[in-house]
Design a protein around this ligand. Structure first.
Ligand code: SF4
Length: 351
């Protein structure tokens, strides 16, 4: 496996692309759409990392390239689709479930994904201010039932290792915090940031888990594989979350390839998210029934270890629930009809 970044023969990797001009210059976006793309860029930030620039696969690039269809904002689309702000006791913290919180460490990302449910917030206000972090720590001390702190953003691994080390040490000083979970795209979109210093910073008393956001097997480059391997060797348990996206990965073959690639890289597929009602993202969405059919097809093909749970974040902040497909139908009096992975029906009776 190639540990090197940039790859051999390429001494100076290109920088991130952040403007419509840059994308047109690189031949990634059509000049004929310049005016519409500038309109999109005025609404939603653009950033395509050096690592993702180098993957010449349409299904990968379309996740980061602005599209005129983003100007189509539907009435049901929301600024805060999963209700982060509804459950915000102090700035920077979402407390939706009793035993865990989301800590919004930064609004910066290494890439800006066109379907992101936080797309209105990312890139806006930078890092959590010191005074806000102090209030977060006070809140955690006052709520000892909080067992797990989920660091997200933006992308928490865009923070400097020094800042992360400081934040982790102060979280670790709260005895009731037993688990710290990172939600990040960095091992895929900027694998060079998984450094020895970072790995050393993750060796702390609350156990650190990492949930990788990845949507397509071609994102898992050799450099990404090497970064995941370094994390696994450092003892960090690895899970993944994927967004089901029309035109990117919404078919059983593409997802099977992704989930097998994740297992090969020691990453357990954890959640497959139905796309959220984020503004200007209707071209990525598909019906729930189609998602269920894809999951049903996958169940017959790949082992349970490679199969994530298909979930929907109920719009408005009402939480996340599995959305099937269902295999059980109650017939009454303890009798059930059970559907097997091939679609055949079976009778089951409770004892
Ligand atoms: S928060 Fe995650 S999904 Fe949203 S733009 Fe940043 S990296 Fe992409």
């Amino acid at each position: 496996m190639n540990d090197q970044f940039p790859p051999p023969g390429r001494l100076h990797p290109p920088g991130a692309l952040t403007t419509v001009d840059g994308l047109i210059r690189e031949g990634l976006s059509p000049a004929s759409q310049r005016a519409e793309l500038e309109e999109v860029a005025a609404e939603f930030r653009i950033r395509m990392s050096p690592a993702m620039r180098q993957v010449p696969v349409a299904a990968v690039q379309a996740q980061f390239l602005p599209d005129p269809r983003e100007l189509n904002i539907l009435p049901e689309e929301l600024v805060d689709p999963i209700g982060d702000d509804v459950h915000r006791p102090v700035p920077g913290l979402t407390h939706r479930y009793p035993d865990r919180v989301i800590l919004h460490t930064t609004q910066t990302c290494e890439v800006y994904c066109r379907f992101c449910f936080r797309r209105e917030a990312v890139g806006e206000t930078g890092q959590l201010a010191e005074a806000e972090f102090v209030r977060v720590l006070d809140y955690l001390r006052d709520h000892p039932q909080i067992w797990e702190v989920i660091l997200t953003g933006g992308d928490p691994l865009t923070l400097s290792t020094r800042r992360l080390r400081d934040m982790l040490a102060r979280l670790a000083a709260i005895p009731s915090v037993e688990v710290i979970r990172f939600h990040t795209r960095i091992p895929v979109v900027a694998p060079e940031k998984i450094t020895d210093d970072l790995l050393a910073a993750l060796q702390i008393r609350p156990v650190v888990w990492l949930v990788l956001h990845t949507n397509h097997a071609d994102e898992l480059t050799q450099a990404a594989g090497a970064a995941l391997s370094r994390l696994a060797r450092a003892g960090v348990p690895l899970l993944s979350q994927t967004v089901l996206l029309k035109g990117i990965n919404a078919d059983p073959d593409t997802l099977e390839t992704l989930f097998r690639a994740l297992i090969r890289n020691r990453v357990k597929p954890y959640y497959l998210h139905h796309p959220d009602l984020a503004k200007g993202t209707s071209h990525f969405r598909l019906p729930l029934a189609e998602g269920q059919q894809i999951m049903a097809a996958l169940r017959g093909r790949i082992s349970g270890t490679a199969l994530p749970t298909y979930v929907l974040d109920i719009p408005g902040g009402h939480g996340k629930v599995p959305v099937g497909p269902g295999y059980l139908q109650e017939e009454g009096q303890g009798i059930w009809t059970v559907t097997d992975p091939q679609g055949r029906k079976h009778r089951y009776q409770d004892l």
